[in-house]
Design a protein around this ligand. Sequence first.
Ligand code: EPU
Length: 416
Amino acid sequence: MDKLVIKGGTPLEGSIRVSGSKNASLPILMASILLEEPVIFRNVPRLRDIYTTNKLLGILGCPAEFEGDSVYVKPCDLNPEAPYDLVKTMRASVLCLGPLLARLGEARVAYPGGCAIGARPVDLHLSALEKMGAEFELDSGYIVGRCKQLTGAHIRFDFPTVGGTENLLMAATLAKGETVLENAAREPEVIDLANFLCACGADITGQGTDVIRIRGVERLHGCDYRIMPDRIEAGTFMVAAAITKGNLLIEDCPDDALDAVSQKLRDMGLSVVSEEGGTRVKYQGHLESTDIVTHPYPGFPTDMQAQFMALMCVADGFGMVEETIFENRFMHVLELVRMGADVRLVGRTARVRGGRALRGAPVMASDLRASASLVLAGLAAEGETHVQRIYHLDRGYERIEEKLCPVGADIQRVPE
Ligand code: EPU
């Protein structure tokens, strides 16, 4: 297993390019199960979760191959079983449920277990699919779903679940009649999935609002689709510029999807400006703390909470971070404290006293965004930070050190 060794203290300067979005790629790749023709995806990040998805697609009868940053998928004879060995390594595997039911009328998908950031049940996915005519039972740890043909339904989610909205969106494209999803997730990745499905012949309107209408069609054809850039990777680079008092031009930055993040950075004293070639984030001599409450899109994203907390540790003043989406997404707190941060946890709120000089230390985290926050803290810290268990980081960032070193970071990947 590898670790990252980071020598902090250098302001990052130059241009850095954002890869394709992990959280858009996962459902969009899974949507190839719905197609009757080959499909090409561009701008797909080479990440562990994407390799897992390609492997799962192969098992489900849709062989998927990388070529450069493109993935070619050729749907053929579908198989309804998503095995536990794969599902346990990637919760997003449950996104094959809707497409399998829509195409085959049956699915056998391992029930995803809990994960480090929270219990993450899939009850909202299942009850919504039941409204469309599916029936479920639990068999030896597998969700076994059956239906004759899914039929359109009026579904109101209790919570705007991202994965639930995506699963239903996919299922409804081939259902009989119209489906209306109310209180749907408005995340940019949901819009990207809907746009992809429309490019294959689906009839969807309202994506990006909380009411999505899907009129079922007979079949979907293939297409050549470019995945949106990763807003969370872009946001992480924005914080890297801020925390190192640097000046970064972030290329292929999805500005519109980052309004809440850019606004917070401006509140903290950074300049964030769109210019030709990308978005420039520049330190302007001071860094003030702020308060953050995570919300579904267009609110402040939970996937940027840990990175902002690292920034607040070094900013002047006192700030609060409230996590409302996941019940256990504070695993970075104690690791940041080991680096000299002053953070206190009270329930789902963290109180961050800023103005601390972080010092390098051996640290590790058990989820993806927590690991990213430790890399950022390491970039700002005096001395050496050793970030262990970086397989979490590699799930969501395409060899992060190869992007950060050319703009001035001193990071080495070494065997642990
Ligand atoms: N929830 C339920 N029941 C459900 C579904 C969700 O109670 O049936 C709860 C979850 O337990 C959680 C909350 O609702 O507390 C939000 O869950 P949601 O379904 O919206 O999230 P997700 O689809 O599981 C995606 C991203 C996450 C991101 C969240 C929120 C992917 C593959 N994952 O998860 O990304 O944090 O939306 O924006 O798209 C990451 O990239 O690091 C990551 C965790």
